[in-house]
Write a protein that binds this ligand. Structure first.
Ligand SMILES: [Zn+2]
Length: 130
């Protein structure tokens, strides 16, 4: 896990994570990134030094897409990073799903076995009679 951003930084596609807020400094209009826990806090912009308020959650992609100042290269880097993150989460989810399916299959076999045993025992009980 990358170090948590306690202070705002200029946007960098290498370090931005899903847990970061990306927003424009209202004073100098530059893109900034900060850990999401800083939402609503008053901070000083690292670029212009003015005191600004961190907005509530802004999705990283949304912020980038709607920011004219972000260059094509910046947008591409960020998208590539998000695609990589998406694939990682996909693999993780698939592995978890696979584990659950394996476990579910084992339980299904066990349930069938218990049911078969139950039928056999009921038959034996009938043979013995009252
Ligand atoms: Zn600023």
């Amino acid at each position: 896990m990358p170090a948590k951003k306690n202070a705002p930084e200029p946007l960098s596609p290498e370090t931005v994570t899903e847990h970061d807020l990306v927003f424009d400094c209202p004073e100098c209009k530059k893109l900034l990134v900060i850990d999401e826990r800083a939402a609503d806090l008053k901070i000083n912009c690292p670029l212009c030094g003015k005191e600004i308020q961190v907005p509530q959650q802004v999705h990283v992609t949304q912020a980038i897409e709607h920011h004219d100042a972000a260059t094509g290269a910046e947008k591409r880097d960020l998208l590539q990073k998000q695609i990589a993150e998406n694939r990682m989460q996909y693999t993780e989810a698939m592995n978890k799903w696979h584990d659950h399916v394996t476990q579910a299959n084992r339980l299904k076999v066990r349930i069938q076995k218990l049911d078969q045993d139950h039928e056999k025992m009921e038959e034996q009980l009938k043979k013995i009679g009252k």
